[in-house]
Ligand binder design. Structure first.
Ligand code: CP
Length: 335
């Protein structure tokens, strides 16, 4: 049975994800003019900034006949508490227990963006705010990027690979890149997971000490084995680029320095010139496409020469957010 929520692609089978991709292609080519959200509203709750996610969700809901209700806790709506049993005598005005159940009386689904705060690894790796939404919502919850997952981005990434290179498994490389400060792991987590579910030959390349979460890596390996793909981990950036068909760049913070940005910044300084996607490295690939979820820092993560080259598919990748999210909403709301 299809899960009620879209929190992580791990909750969905490869066949279900493939069906979502097929539906997204239909939406993209206007083959599916149905308006499954006609007369319905979808809440979009943003604890953090966004361009692509917010705009594509609003446009997608509108184009499917629905009404997006955008809320920003602490801005346009009340500050929110998520801890069970909290004594709310500080700055939090409303508990998620009421917030989410009330929204469920108005809306057919709830999307939520809640980034990692990069303070407490043991707590944040469990995605507590996303889980509180899923616990209390009486309607489907869509993860619009949580501390640990960005499944809508990952599905758009899989659609883009299929669109550019076909359905057969590819040699896909997730490459860590230097960035001036530590960033959350949601995008690399979800990309690696979805690529494993799609049976790609996945290489995850990062400097020593920048490993993904152990439990998540175990899930990625399990999914790859079930789908017939493979997972290779390396700290060697030159090995990673050789013969790659997809280069997916992303920076993320180290678990070892979680909550201590200054220590992470000091540790990563040595990687600045080496861990960047540039023309010489791309020349060693098998004519790979270049992917990034955006926003991206030019000439830090990737050179102008790569992101502006014909191999770069970042704008198509961003467009595909719209189509996969329509497919997800149509599936969840139809039931
Ligand atoms: N890729 C992505 O989620 O972009 P935004 O942060 O702009 O929504």
């Amino acid at each position: 049975m299809t899960p009620r929520d879209f929190l992580s692609t791990a909750d969905w089978t490869t066949n279900e994800l493939t069906a979502l991709l097929d539906s997204a292609v239909q939406f993209k080519h206007s083959i599916n003019p149905a308006r499954p959200l006609a007369g319905r509203s979808v809440a979009l709750v943003f604890f953090n900034p966004s361009l692509r996610t917010r705009a594509s969700m609003q446009v997608g809901i509108y184009e499917m006949g629905g009404n997006p209700v955008v809320l920003e806790p602490g801005g346009s709506s009340w500050t929110l508490e998520h801890r069970e049993g909290a004594v709310m005598d500080t700055d939090k005005t409303e508990h998620i227990a009421e917030f989410v159940r009330v929204l469920g009386r108005y809306c057919s689904a709830i999307g939520v963006r809640t980034f990692a705060a990069l303070k407490n690894w043991d707590e944040e790796r469990t995605d507590p705010i996303l889980k509180a939404f899923a616990k209390y919502a009486g309607v489907p919850v869509i993860n619009l990027e949580s501390a640990m997952h960005h499944p809508c981005q990952a599905l758009a990434d899989m659609m883009t690979i299929r669109e550019k290179l076909g359905s057969e498994p590819k040699r896909v490389v997730l490459i860590w890149a230097w960035h001036p400060k530590p960033l959350p792991m949601a995008v690399p987590n979800s990309f690696a997971l979805a690529a494993a579910q799609m049976a790609h030959e996945v290489t995850i390349a990062h400097p020593a000490g920048y490993d993904l979460d152990d439990d998540l890596l175990a899930e990625i390996r399990k999914q790859a084995a079930q789908a017939g793909g493979s997972i290779n981990l390396t700290n060697d950036i030159d090995e990673a680029f050789a013969d790659a068909e997809v280069i997916y760049a992303k920076s993320w913070g180290s678990k070892n320095f979680y909550g201590d940005a200054a220590a992470d910044i000091a540790a990563r300084a040595q990687y600045r010139d080496k861990w960047i996607v540039d023309e010489p490295k791309m020349a060693r690939t098998n004519n790979a496409i270049f992917m990034h979820c955006l926003p991206v820092r030019r000439n830090v993560i990737v050179t102008d020469g790569v992101i502006d080259s014909p191999q770069s598919v970042v704008i198509d990748e961003a467009e595909n957010r719209l189509h996969v999210q329509k497919a997800i909403m149509a599936r969840l709301v139809r039931g």
